[in-house]
Write a protein that binds this ligand. Structure first.
Ligand SMILES: *Cc1c(COP(=O)(O)O)cnc(C)c1O
Length: 496
């Protein structure tokens, strides 16, 4: 299996090279040249395996230059310990026919752990194959959850350094504390004045700057990415959609071959793209339902074919989805245009120049067949948390609530009763204030983050994961905040 770039189809690299480099030199994203297929018999067989067994099989279809032993070691290293559920990504039945896929049982309580517990292992193997003797410098732009999950995944991993930039006013207090108290000798964290898109475009600029790359080369270092632009972030996410279908079979929620819908609270379009890959591999998915918060650029795009990021940016209570440039959409457009790199270049060029592009009729027709989309503002999100808690005795975080709410709307409009998996992307205690405000309005007034955690515990009877509760009283190690223009300097200061 070779990988090519969304902006230059003549590029062909191995999966190791794609993962070690993170992004293609001309700015495109790596995608596999074809999508491996699994049959329903395969899926039935996989359903008898545990998560690790399922992951090993799916990954081996994509990472063909990894040996079976290497994949085994990577997958065990990622999922054998560190997840609080034996099933790694368990299903919780919300109502008959609606399953919540809990992707936040990992060390940082967000779905990013699913990929970022595995990526450092993949990257270590990949770079030993394709870029030996180089120290890898991971640069991360985060809307909150990626940063912590990446720091936790890469801390003290040999031959790597990791530096995380987050928007100073764009993450929850708990997320900020998680990052600024990070331990490890190879880590750095810095806030920037700006929003997530500023952080992401700043990181992308440093990445593709030839002069910066040359300076790094002199030090025997090279950049790579832990953002979902790296294929090594996406491939682990395909696994849990296959696994969710297996678990639905196992619990008798569906019969082999039945279709399911998948609902995903979406920001950078990585998670839902992984669901698309699972569908194209052979998992019977009827609709992929893309859920957004007030930053509903994707809702508009999937309904009109016109992507326009020139609009107000909202800071919401689901901050990991406060994104107006969804990077992974580029991969989908490449696939849906039958790998037309020239078209993708044109659309992405127009996005960076004018802030918008319109896809052609052919691609738009495919989009509307595959996807449905909806959005939900903060009021709707809180209302959904309260309703889901009182009616279904299930406490969900703000991001998950966006998905539940959009799914409720979808069902009301379409009457579609297809069994459905809703991706749940964070533990509710990670966004304690908003969740407490939703279930007990007014109670959080005057409380600090940890009073709120306690309040939420008392009010709901749910337990706060120890890795969040233990942050109380920790002193931040990293307190810096820089301007967008100074990010490059911060990087080199850290690498000294
Ligand atoms: C990252 C994140 C999302 C968005 O996922 P994408 O892959 O960027 O679309 C949603 N919810 C939470 C809690 C996240 O951390």
């Amino acid at each position: 299996m070779l990988y090519t770039s969304t902006r230059d189809k003549s590029i062909k690299v191995s999966s190791s090279e794609a993962i070690a480099h993170g992004i293609s030199a001309e700015g495109g994203l790596f995608v596999p040249e074809s999508i491996p297929q699994i049959t329903m018999d395969d899926i039935v067989r996989l359903s008898k395996l545990d998560y690790i067994g399922r992951a090993k099989e799916i990954l081996s279809l994509y990472l063909t230059d990894f040996t079976a032993e290497e994949i085994d070691a990577c997958v065990r290293g990622a999922y054998e310990e560190g997840f609080s559920s034996e099933k790694v990504a368990p299903l919780h039945t919300l109502t008959k026919g609606t399953e919540i896929l809990e992707l936040w049982k990992g060390p940082t309580c967000a779905f990013k752990d699913m990929a970022l517990q595995l990526l450092p292992h993949l990257l270590t193997v990949a770079s030993s194959k394709s870029t030996p003797d180089k120290e890898i410098v991971i640069l991360v732009a985060t809307s909150g959850d990626t940063g912590k999950a990446a720091l936790e995944g890469f801390k003290d991993v040999k031959n790597t350094r990791i530096l995380v930039f987050y928007p100073n006013d764009g993450v929850s207090p708990m997320q900020k504390l998680q990052m600024t108290t990070q331990e490890g000798s190879n880590v750095g964290v810095c806030a920037i004045e700006g929003n997530f898109d500023d952080a992401q475009s700043g990181v992308k600029k440093i990445f593709t700057d030839k002069a910066v790359a040359a300076k790094l080369e002199e030090k025997g270092m090279m950049f790579s990415s832990a953002n979902s632009i790296n294929w090594g972030r996406l491939v682990p996410q395909i696994v849990y959609y296959v696994s969710a279908y297996c678990d639905m079979l196992e619990k008798g929620a569906i019969n082999a071959g039945d279709e399911i819908n998948v609902v995903v609270p979406t920001g950078n379009f990585g998670n839902i793209l992984a669901a698309y890959y699972a569908k194209e591999m052979g998992v019977p998915v009827k609709k992929l339902i893309c859920a957004s918060n007030a930053n509903n650029v994707l809702t508009d795009f999937l309904k009109t074919g016109n992507y326009n990021r020139v609009r107000d940016f909202y800071t919401t209570i689901s901050p990991s989805m406060d994104i107006l440039i969804s990077s992974n959409l580029e991969r989908l457009l490449f696939l849906l245009s039958d790998m037309d790199d020239a078209l993708v270049r044109e659309w992405m060029g127009s996005l960076s120049k004018d802030g918008s592009y319109r896809v052609n009729d052919e691609v738009f027709a495919k989009l509307t067949t595959l996807f449905d989309a909806g959005c939900c503002d903060d009021e709707g999100t809180k209302a959904c948390i309260a309703k889901t808690f009182s009616e279904n005795a299930y406490l969900c975080d703000t991001h998950t609530a966006v998905a539940v709410s959009v799914y409720d709307d979808y069902k009301a409009v379409t009457g579609d009763e297809t069994p459905t998996v809703i991706a749940s992307t964070a533990n509710p205690f990670k966004f304690g204030k908003a969740v407490l405000d939703a279930v007990r309005p007014g109670m959080s007034d005057g409380m600090d983050e940890f009073d709120m955690v306690l309040g939420l515990k008392v009010e709901t009877g749910e337990d706060c994961p120890p890795q969040l509760a233990n942050l109380k009283g920790k002193t931040p190690r990293f307190t810096g905040c820089c301007k967008k223009e100074d990010m490059e300097q911060v990087v080199f200061d850290m690498l000294k």
